[in-house]
Design a protein around this ligand. Structure first.
Ligand SMILES: [Zn+2]
Length: 262
């Protein structure tokens, strides 16, 4: 550790912990920390609504440390499908333009509510919007936007926009009876695809408690199986743990769908 107080501050906001091989790992209280384990480099992020441990990288050598396991837990349990249906209904009314909204987590009650963002400037491929003021105990947990009649996918602009820590959801093909949708967890520049809320269980709930994704397990065995998005995890990503720029104010989202076609 250097004597520079800025390095000390970084060490506090994002410490690196070697996973013990014989003893117990000290529980993670809040914020972000990195775990160096015999089976890779992991990130642990804990916010009022999220508790997750996920592997960031392979370590291509034998290390004397203990192993870490992946887990993603949401404090709200499952995403209420009714809130998503309400967002889709609102997004259908703005077709062919995009729409933006959020599911806001109340840290006191543990409940989610839908906030539909007021569009300032909008078209079929972008939306600039105003985010309402949130109460002191409220946090944006799930960022939602729509692609109108286009499909659900992550555009390059989406990748640039989806900073900080949040779940991101996009809906497309809103002219169909059953729109398409994709969800992912954004962790300071690292993206983890989540199950489609309608594809998981008959009631459409997103199982979250202690869920370990099959894809994640595959990734633990073979680095080449990691999704492409992993490689976009930038070391210079801001260490915003509670959603940062989405708390309030203005935001712009542009979805250049041609960039991701094919
Ligand atoms: Zn988009």
């Amino acid at each position: 550790m250097t004597a520079d107080p800025r390095d000390a501050a970084i060490g506090v906001s994002c410490p690196v912990v070697a996973v013990p091989r014989f003893g117990a790992l000290e529980p993670h209280s809040s914020g972000q920390r990195m775990l160096l384990a015999r089976n890779g480099l992991f990130v642990q992020i804990k916010t009022p609504w999220l508790d997750c441990t996920t592997r960031v990288a392979e370590v291509g050598m034998h290390l004397p440390y203990g192993a870490a396991a992946e887990a993603i837990t949401f404090a709200f349990g499952v995403v209420p499908l009714g809130l998503l249906e309400r967002f889709i209904a609102a997004a259908r009314r703005t077709m062919p333009n995009e729409a933006a909204g959020a599911l806001v987590y109340d840290a006191r009650s543990g409940a989610l509510r839908l906030a539909t963002h007021e569009a300032i400037e909008v078209g079929p491929g972008h939306v600039r919007y105003r985010i309402e003021e949130l109460a002191a105990d409220e946090l944006v947990a799930i960022d939602l936007h729509s692609h109108g009649r286009l499909g659900a996918f992550w555009s390059g602009e989406d990748d640039r926009d989806d900073q900080g820590v949040r779940v991101c959801g996009v809906f497309g093909n809103l002219d169909r009876e059953r729109p398409t949708g994709r969800f992912r967890l954004a962790l300071n520049g690292l993206f983890r695809e989540l199950p489609h809320p309608w594809a998981v269980e008959p009631d459409g709930a997103l199982p979250a408690q202690e869920r370990r994704l099959d894809a994640e397990r595959r990734g633990a065995e073979d680095a080449s199986a990691l999704p492409r998005e992993d490689k976009q995890g930038g070391s210079n990503a801001p260490l915003i743990v509670h959603g940062g720029p989405l708390q309030s104010g203005h935001r712009r989202r542009a979805c250049r769908w041609r960039a991701r076609r094919g």
